[in-house]
Ligand binder design. Structure first.
Ligand SMILES: Nc1nc2c(ncn2[C@@H]2O[C@H](COP(=O)(O)OP(=O)(O)OP(=O)(O)O)[C@@H](O)[C@H]2O)c(=O)[nH]1
Ligand SMILES: [Mg+2]
Length: 188
């Protein structure tokens, strides 16, 4: 029996974008309409059985509220990858992406020559647009440009999904993509 490798992935992004709801959905927990802010960070693990090997995925869901600005970075240490989450209906959360990515790359001492750090951008709450309740606050062109900006910064793989933690749309797909990145680039 082989000892499983461990990978650490963090969920970062502004307050209220749905990071905790995404994590809960991935673990099969029920969606909660009532907002309950994350204090510091929450942590969950999942054992992954992949044709290429078995490993443990450590998922850190990190608080987005400003009151945690000074401690947030502590949780970034030794991350292998990041989900950067924004709310497709809230402009501020899209504008915050650069700050989060810079903070993250800085904190892990990122160097493109020696490291591969996959990034998956999630535009969450797409159900609100689909139901006509809200309008998208960001255009497709802006998202495409943001993906290119991130690719330039990391020189590594970047993906994007529109998700809903409420309906579950694309949540498992996004996590599976991340698992594929680990298998392809970080070698299980
Ligand atoms: N309609 C809809 N609401 C969502 C979705 N994801 C989250 N929400 C709601 O948005 C609010 C914030 O969700 P959280 O998951 O707590 O957000 P968070 O990013 O973890 O927030 P912090 O912990 O403060 O950083 C809650 O009221 C959720 O019910 C979604 O995909 N669709
Ligand atoms: Mg949270």
């Amino acid at each position: 029996m082989s000892i499983p490798s461990q990978f650490k992935v963090i969920l970062i992004g502004s307050k209220r974008v749905g990071k905790t709801s995404i994590r809960r959905n991935y673990f099969g927990e029920q969606f909660k309409e009532n907002y309950s802010l994350t204090i510091g960070a929450d942590f969950a693990v999942k054992r992954i059985t992949h044709p290429k090997g078995e490993f443990v995925l450590q998922i850190w869901d990190i608080a987005g509220q400003e009151q945690f600005d000074h401690i947030r970075k502590l949780y970034y240490t030794a991350s292998n990858a990041a989900f950067i989450v924004f709310d497709i209906t809230e402009r501020y959360s899209f504008d915050d992406i650069d700050m989060f990515i810079d903070e993250f790359l800085n904190e892990i001492d990122y160097s493109p020559e020696t490291m591969v750090v996959p990034i998956i951008l999630l535009g969450n709450k797409i159900d609100l647009v689909q139901s006509g309740e809200r309008k998208p606050a960001v255009s497709e062109d802006e998202i495409a440009q943001k993906i290119r900006d991130i690719e330039l910064k990391t020189q590594g793989p970047v993906s994007f999904y529109l998700t809903s933690a409420k309906t579950g749309e694309n949540i498992e797909t996004a996590f599976n993509r991340m698992i594929d990145y680990f298998v392809e680039h970080l070698k299980v």
